[in-house]
Ligand binder design. Sequence first.
Ligand code: ADP
Ligand code: MG
Length: 216
Amino acid sequence: MKTNDRHSYTKSSGISVEDKQILEKINLNVPENAFLTLMGPSGSGKSTLLRLIASLITPTTGTIKYQGRPQSQWAKPQYRQAVSYSVQQPTLFGETVQDNLAFPFIIRNLDFDRSRAESALDQVDLVPQRLKATINSLSGEEKQRVALVRNLLFLPQVLLLDEVTTRLDSATKSCIHKLLAHYHEQGLNIFWVTHDESEIQAADQFLLIKVGHLEA
Ligand code: ADP
Ligand code: MG
């Protein structure tokens, strides 16, 4: 879906936990159709920044706006459907792959659409029969693919990726890259935390964060 001329985010925020300042003076404006990569040393606040944008935590100072409206004015379910957060070690739940792929339908009060789920699996090179596979039988690679499919069955406006390809094999990496490039072309905004050189080069724009500060 295209969302022309609407801001994804404006923020000028900080966050502190028990008096420890984790991020400060973050001022960032992300335009439409972004493919943004965030890099920085371990502990510099990358995950914290993504979790703030995902509305999983709240800044202690400042505001985060999405499409011109502060996060606090959005209903959480609506916000989370628009801004989807994906992590390196995804949690799959229930017993089977299907339990996970049914979830995005359930929260939207829709019937599970098997053929849609199967073609989504196909996009990450998983055969339709994997729908019935138990979670425990999946490799780490397959879990990551299933988690991404779960996030992308209904396309969000913004996809936040926190080191999702770290430690994945090159086949899975390139499969995920292809998938993301495809959706980015369709207007998906991507905000990506990565250490991977090739991913850094693929980004339209990258940002560097060092101990809680964004650098140009
Ligand atoms: P990165 O993702 O860049 O490795 P994080 O955002 O995970 O960094 O963490 C940034 C800093 O904030 C680290 O010093 C970390 O210890 C601290 N931190 C992160 N989350 C919490 C938390 N829930 N409570 C206390 N400190 C935290
Ligand atoms: Mg992190």
